[in-house]
Design a protein around this ligand. Sequence first.
Ligand code: SD4
Length: 332
Amino acid sequence: MQDRRKFIKTTALAVPALGSLIGAREAQSRDDATSTRQPGNVRKPLVVSTWNHGLAANVAAWRVLERGGRALDAVEIGVKVSEADPKVQSVGYGGLPDRDGRVTLDASIMDASGRCGSVAFLQEIKHPISVARRVMEETPHVMLVGEGALQFALQSGFERQDLLTPEARAAWEKWLEESDAMPKVDAQRHDTIGMVAIDAQGDLSGSCTTSGLAYKMHGRVGDSPIIGAALYVDNEVGAACATGVGEAVIRTVGSFLIVELMRQGHTPEQACREAIARVVRRHPGDDDLQVGYLAMSRDGEIGSCSVRPGFQYAVHDTSGNELCDSSSWVEG
Ligand code: SD4
């Protein structure tokens, strides 16, 4: 783990405010963080995921990876832990509802061969990631939404379940009393889990699942089910996932951008930083914005960057499971 700590330390740079010093920042980013990993020296198996609850998700994913299982199974089984945990109020069961009090879920999954599946605006199904995998494996489509996604899930044997816990309902009722009706798209209300893994065979896969921004408009879909925005995998290059304000991620097609930058020779850290630079440029003066990117190259090098401090990710390899602070564009 020492390598990674050093890497994070050496790439954590300070910038006073959004929109300023962008040119200097880009020049710095180009000079920083050249890869120290030798070609052919692949760190595997390995799983990374966003936020603190990624630690528990990684444990489940690691059980698959350490016995030689596929990255695809690992990233599905891993994020199901967050989906099932009512204490994680940003994913699956127990997720905070939209402004009408409905829990609506988005999820996506992508494998080493470039297959992908997603669901959006899905209600009353506890494990949207598994429905997304079924879309990928059992339909000719990539994405199902809303009522159609629910019908498909029920036909596939998933059970209908009320996902609004008493705690999430109470939080929503409090929000109703205090807020005006228009949802706030800000840095406070997102802890989506994105996960990327490489298995013992050297194959990559990724997943992303969320209840989306809390108190969003009914029908709003975020970045998490949009392939290329919150998730992208290219087995020849690497993989990336996103968390944060989905609108900003969609506008800049962040995960695809990161993978393409890695293809051109950027390290994962450099690629995440450049993708954050695009977000910052597109949202001048937005003092609440938070986006976090997490990426892995196909040789198991990890990088991350967020707009502002606070983004964390969990890494599990043969030496254990660890929570890391991401570097950020803006210093706290
Ligand atoms: C979204 N990216 O729907 C998600 C938000 C998030 O926990 O991170 N939610 O925009």
